[in-house]
Design a protein around this ligand. Structure first.
Ligand SMILES: Nc1ncnc2c1ncn2[C@@H]1O[C@H](COP(=O)(O)OP(=O)(O)OP(=O)(O)O)[C@@H](O)[C@H]1O
Length: 313
């Protein structure tokens, strides 16, 4: 098993009625990596994750998760992964300790006292174990939920928008925990809409309308997208933004502190758009290399929500 991908699936396809929501999806996730899964709402991320962890049977495709066959060994997969969704809920009227004990029993574990004590101490919640889960802040609830998903010490974590609605500081704390698990060799596949989470991933797969459009090491994504970028500072940024917005070649326009970045794949058109504002008072224009932030803004804004009424029409 060592050296083999933890997830290795090919051609995964799922249809609901006459709608193909995941279309011949391939994915190889190396052991110990943190793999980001990005895509617009409704693009098929949850459906893919559910097929990988054995909760949903694919209509087509094959492969393994943790070495188990995704078509025939779903029970083994389910009991060996940690799966957490945005909607994963703790029992608010049970204490922190009682919640962890409950999930330990659900997994049929032995040595419950040791596991729960360890989980509480790794969360740093020793003095608060008797506190009701419902009284925790949103960020702490997510961290407790993650600890509950990890109580059976799985080697693979599947996280489906785990920090939706959680503030940036709490997201960072949550990610410190994910990184700590990765150092211990735990593999993570995480779907997200947040850029600050995407940049923490070793690799990113991007899906739209059920099809994988990009799969690359995170650092290589700007180059893979072939984006060009210009930075504009000084001058009246509000007026300059209005002049550049929607101009041919300007595919994204984003404010970065006291400057505007404009990006697009067609350098000539982009340069021509930028040239039109060159004579505005005080303006300074610099061609820059498109970075990860520009790349993620591009990915996250390029397609509408998938399968929305308008995009389906
Ligand atoms: N059980 C189901 N029956 C019918 N359609 C479904 C079912 N589950 C999902 N879908 C549809 O499949 C499409 C993909 O949904 P999915 O939840 O996988 O997307 P997603 O990328 O996870 O979206 P989000 O980012 O909003 O969570 C959507 O159009 C959704 O409405």
């Amino acid at each position: 098993m060592k050296g083999e991908p933890v997830i290795d699936v090919r051609g995964l396809t799922k249809r609901f009625g006459d709608k193909t929501v995941v279309n011949h999806f391939d994915l190889k996730v190396p052991r110990g990596s943190i793999y980001g899964f990005l895509g617009p709402n409704g693009s098929g991320k949850t459906t893919t994750i559910r097929m990988v962890c054995g909760l949903l049977k694919p209509d087509e495709g094959e492969g393994t998760c943790l070495g188990y066959d995704v078509l025939h060994e779903s029970v083994k997969i389910k009991s060996n992964v940690g799966y957490m969704t945005q909607r994963f809920s703790l029992y608010e009227d049970l204490s922190i300790r009682e919640n962890l004990e409950f999930f330990s029993r659900l997994y049929g574990l032995d040595d419950i006292r040791r596991r729960v004590d360890e989980a509480i101490s790794s969360l740093g919640l020793e003095g608060r174990a008797r506190q009701l889960a419902g009284s925790l802040s949103g960020g702490w609830k997510q961290r407790l939920a993650l600890a509950a998903c990890m109580i059976h010490e799985p080697q693979l974590l599947l996280l489906d928008e785990p920090t939706a609605g959680v503030d940036p500081k709490a997201r960072r704390d949550f990610w410190d925990t994910i990184r700590a698990y990765a150092r211990e060799g735990v593999t993570t596949l995480v779907s997200t809409h947040y850029m600050d989470e995407a940049v923490q991933c070793d690799r990113i797969a991007y899906i739209a309308y059920g099809k994988k459009l990009l799969d690359a090491p995170t650092a290589e994504i700007p180059a893979r997208l072939g984006l060009h970028a210009f930075k504009i500072d000084n001058g009246d940024l509000e007026k300059l933004s209005a002049a550049l917005k929607g101009a041919p070649g300007v595919e994204i326009l984003a404010r970065f502190g006291a400057s505007i970045h404009v990006c697009g794949k067609d350098r000539e058109k982009l340069a021509a758009a930028v040239a039109r504002i060159r004579d505005e008072p005080g303006v300074r224009i610099t061609e820059i290399e498109a970075g990860l932030e520009e790349a993620f803004i591009y990915l996250m804004t390029e397609s509408d929500d998938n399968f929305s009424v308008e995009s389906a029409a």
